[in-house]
Ligand binder design. Structure first.
Ligand code: ADP
Length: 498
């Protein structure tokens, strides 16, 4: 086997080694004998150098007209389109999602490039009349400076694009610390920006482990914004760290997303949706459909139909087009999945489908587990409350829409939820009363599009949204401008008051 590629940090436009002199390996979770690449195991000194480079680049980048910044993104979109297949294959190798989904992940970054590039000619503010004569006023968005971005492995190109692009179009510069399990896709994405003409230092990449490389980024006094996607525990910790230096912090964290299935639902449509929502990306999406809150009249039949189809899911290496579900990302995550399946059994839930890890020939070098469906689950059980991040879902029988909504809302997270019904009244009640940032009707809890706000309530986030024009709010502040052309002092609230 040939020596794996060694990747360097990108600092100020140069590819450099970490000052620690250490590296780490990223392996293929479908076959851990394959090393996808070696990456710099960075520390605080590397972060400091990257922040300095980003601060230096900011001075010219913030003054580059936003439509010109957008032109670079349009060019990068064209390049990424050309490289889509190669980068999708890299992604499947580094984190295991099946190739069709990896193509979708790259496509999301392409969509984001076009969407945000167009924003370069908008970035709308407001003009508004003054209460005084001969006075003009308006508000404009202004960039903040260096943004620190920390990203997870499950959408290794899409999520970096959600953060990098709104930051850049506004005139900020960026230091990104990608997930240690899937850094390659960040390199591939940023390479398109560089090839499209992005100036040195505007985007910097520093790889490494969370506490060693991520946390110094959050602590650094010259970083003005932190945008984080990952676990609730780490996000909670980073909020406190960032408070020391009064940074803007945007957090995107866990989910325990429920699909409500009413007794009038089209069950075949539900089954298709559940298989996609629960087992797509091996259940490793923050929006994964990990609870099926089913009307008691249809819960058993739903379980039976799902079990029949779940058995047909082809598990394996996602580069094989016939495979529909890949492995868990790493040994720790795999253990978590296996542990939760045991917990579910001990809690008294019924295994409707799956329930076992796969260790036979062809699976022994990867982190493979059967798609698993529990039935007869009580809302209070651990498997119904805690995020598993694996191919496990739980059918929770209920007796009414009110109970279904109460169960759906009865978890600490609030990212995504869904209802299957043919009754428009029930659908509208659910849309109104489900406490989550995203609600789907007659579709599972996954499938967000990039031009709508993405994010959640409660322990899922801290009030910000990615995607849509709302993403701009994280990376900008408002400046209000008052232009008095009266020629004489005018005092607001005083000279014109009754
Ligand atoms: P996941 O379970 O999805 O891996 P994590 O929250 O552990 O979620 O990781 C998400 C991102 O946060 C990764 O890039 C990881 O390296 C980073 N990270 C983990 N711990 C810390 C930390 N203490 N400080 C900063 N970043 C961290």
């Amino acid at each position: 086997m040939s020596e794996p590629t060694l990747y360097h940090n990108l600092i100020g436009g140069e590819w450099v080694r970490s000052t620690t002199g250490q590296t780490f390996e990223s392996t293929n979770p479908a076959d851990t004998r394959e090393i996808v690449g070696r990456f710099q195991r960075s520390g605080a000194d590397d972060i400091a150098a990257a922040v300095q480079a980003a601060a230096h680049a900011y001075e010219a980048w913030r003054l580059t007209p936003a439509p010109k910044r957008g032109e670079i993104l349009f060019k990068a979109a064209e390049l990424l389109r050309q490289r889509k297949e190669q980068y999708a294959r890299d992604m499947t190798r580094e984190m295991g999602k099946v190739i069709a989904e990896a193509r979708g992940d790259v496509q999301e970054a392409i969509d984001m490039l076009y969407f945000i590039a167009g924003e370069g000619r908008r970035l709308y503010g407001q003009t508004t009349p003054s209460e005084m004569p001969n006075k003009f006023q308006m508000s404009v968005r202004v960039p903040l400076g260096v943004c620190g971005l920390i990203t997870p492995w499950n959408f290794p190109m899409a999520i970096p694009s959600w953060k990098i692009l709104p930051a850049l179009i506004l005139g900020n510069t960026v230091v990104i610390k990608p997930a240690e399990d899937a850094p390659l896709s960040t390199y591939n994405f940023v390479q398109c920006l560089l090839d499209a003409g992005l100036p040195p230092g505007v985007v910097n990449i520093v790889t490494g482990y969370g506490p060693e490389a991520g946390e110094p980024l959050v602590r650094h006094p010259d970083v003005k914004v932190v945008s984080f996607t990952g676990s609730t525990a780490v996000g909670h910790h980073l909020t406190k760290v960032a408070a020391e230096t009064l940074k803007h912090v945007s957090l995107e964290m866990g989910g325990k997303n429920g699909i409500i299935v009413m007794d009038d639902a089209d069950l075949d449509l539900v089954v298709e949706g559940v298989l996609w929502g629960a087992f797509g990306t091996t259940g490793q999406r923050c929006t994964a459909s990990s609870r099926l809150i089913a009307h008691r009249a249809v819960a058993t039949e739903l379980g039976r139909k799902l079990a029949a189809k779940a058995d047909g899911i082809t598990i394996g290496n996602g580069l094989d087009e016939r495979v529909s579900m890949g492995p868990s990302i790493n040994a720790d995550q795999y253990k978590i999945v296996c542990d939760y399946v045991e917990i579910g059994k001990q809690e008294g839930a019924v295994v409707v489908a799956g329930g076992e890890r796969l260790t036979t020939e062809g699976y022994s070098h990867g982190y493979f587990h059967q798609p698993t469906i529990f039935g007869d689950v009580k809302p209070s059980m651990q498997i119904a409350q805690e995020e598993i991040f694996g191919p496990v879902t739980a059918i929770i029988p209920v007796d009414s829409l009110d109970e279904a909504i109460s169960v759906a809302n009865g978890v600490k997270y609030g990212l995504s939820s869904s209802i299957y019904t043919r009754d428009v009244n029930q659908a509208f009640r659910a849309m109104r009363d489900l406490d989550s940032g995203i609600v789907y009707v007659n579709a599972p809890t996954i499938g967000a599009e990039i031009h709508l706000p993405f994010g959640g309530t409660k322990a899922t986030g801290n009030g910000h949204r990615e995607g849509g024009v709302q993403a701009l709010d994280v990376f900008s502040e408002w400046k209000s401008l008052y232009i008095d052309f009266n020629g004489q002092l005018q005092r607001a609230q005083i000279d014109n008051a009754e």
